[in-house]
Write a protein that binds this ligand. Structure first.
Ligand code: G1P
Length: 294
C-alpha cells in the first residue's frame, strides 16, 4: 500500500524572474539544450522511480501538459514520412509508465498551498515527493547516479523525510530555505537529521549555509500539517514551515546533501549557465567564428 510513487511538481508560478521570456510561454517550457525544462525534471522523477506525476498548474499553462500529450497529427505525419527516430524521441517524452495528473491551484498563495492542492490525489497516509521545476539537478560530468534516486532509497530504508541541500554563500541564504543540522553538516551523498529549517532567513540569523534545493520526500503528515498553517515568509503559505512543524512533532526529517549540480533556471544567469555547460557536455560545439560554407 503506501509506497512512494507520487511526485508533486508545482508549475503555477508566474516566472517573473524570467520575464519577458516567460510572458506568453510558461517558464517550465523554456529550453535547456534540446528539451524544455519540465521534460528534464520529469525524466529525473522517472529515473528515481517516481512515475506518478502530479502537475499543479493554473490557466495559461496548458503548454506544459500538452508537452506530455500524444500529438496525433504530428505522429501520423512523421510515420508517413518514415521518420522513425524522431517519432521514437517524441513518444519517449511520455513513456508508458508515466502517469500524469493535472490539477489547478485556484489562487497563488505560496508553495505550501500549491503542494496542498494535490492532497486529494494522495491516498490517506501516502508519502510523496516534491520537485520544484525551476531548479535543474544534474549529476556531475561523467556520472549518472541521480541524487533524487538516492533520496528515494534513503526513504525506503529509514522512513525518514529527505530534503535535498547544498551549501550557498552566506550572502545568498535569504533566497532559500536554510536547514539546521545542529551545527553539523552531512557529507555529499549522505543524510543527517535536521533540527530545524527556516525560510529565507537574514544572513546574521541563518542557522547554516545549507540551502534547500527543491527536492523533497515527505510523509503524508506534512500534507495535513499544511492545512492549518498560517502564512509565513513573504506572506505565503510555506512548505518549509510545514517541514519545520514535522521536525518539532516527530524529528524524523533528514537533510540529504547532493552530489550532483544544481542550476537555478528560474532566473536568466542560472538558465544561461545550464544551457552553456550542458550543451558543451552534450557535444554541441559552439562555433565562435560563425557559420561557414563548407
Ligand atoms: C522555494 C522554497 C525554498 C527553496 C527554494 C529552492 O523558494 O520555498 O525553501 O530553498 O524554493 O529554489 P522560492 O525559490 O520559490 O522563493
Amino acid at each position: 500500500m503506501n509506497s512512494l510513487r507520487k511526485v508533486i511538481i508545482p508549475v503555477a508560478g508566474f516566472g517573473t524572474r524570467l520575464l519577458p521570456i516567460s510572458k506568453a510561454i510558461p517558464k517550465e517550457m523554456v529550453p535547456v539544450v534540446d528539451r524544455p525544462l519540465i521534460q528534464h525534471v520529469v525524466e529525473e522523477a522517472l529515473a528515481a522511480g517516481l512515475n506518478e506525476v502530479i502537475l499543479v498548474t493554473r490557466g495559461g499553462k496548458s503548454a506544459v501538459e500538452d508537452h506530455f500529450d500524444a500529438h496525433f497529427e504530428l505522429e501520423a505525419s512523421l510515420e508517413a514520412k518514415g521518420k522513425e527516430a524522431l517519432l521514437n524521441e517524441l513518444r519517449a517524452i511520455a513513456p508508458p509508465e508515466l502517469k500524469l495528473t493535472v490539477i489547478r491551484q485556484p489562487q497563488a498563495l505560496g508553495l505550501g498551498h500549491a503542494v496542498h492542492c494535490a492532497a486529494r490525489i494522495l491516498d490517506d497516509g501516502e508519502p510523496f515527493a516534491v520537485i520544484l521545476p525551476d531548479v535543474l539537478v544534474k549529476p556531475q560530468p561523467g556520472e549518472s547516479a541521480v541524487d533524487l534516486g538516492d533520496m528515494v532509497t534513503q526513504w525506503r530504508e529509514l522512513r525518514r523525510a529527505q530534503i535535498m541541500v547544498e551549501a550557498v554563500p552566506r550572502a545568498e541564504v535569504q533566497s532559500y530555505g536554510i536547514v539546521d543540522c545542529g551545527g553539523d553538516e552531512p557529507r555529499a551523498g549522505e543524510s543527517m537529521a535536521m533540527t530545524g529549517v527556516v525560510e529565507k532567513p537574514a544572513p546574521e540569523v541563518a542557522p547554516s549555509r545549507l540551502s534547500v534545493i527543491g527536492r523533497y520526500i515527505l510523509p503524508y503528515r506534512v500534507m495535513t500539517l499544511l492545512e492549518d498553517l498560517p502564512p509565513g515568509a513573504g506572506g505565503e503559505i510555506q512548505l518549509t514551515d510545514a517541514i519545520e512543524a514535522q521536525i518539532r512533532e516527530s524529528g524524523d526529517v533528514d537533510a540529504f546533501r547532493m552530489r550532483g549540480r544544481s542550476f537555478d533556471c528560474g532566473q536568466i544567469a542560472g538558465w544561461l549557465q545550464a544551457n552553456t555547460l550542458l550543451a558543451r557536455e552534450a557535444g554541441y560545439a559552439v562555433d565562435q567564428t560563425g557559420p561557414t560554407d563548407s
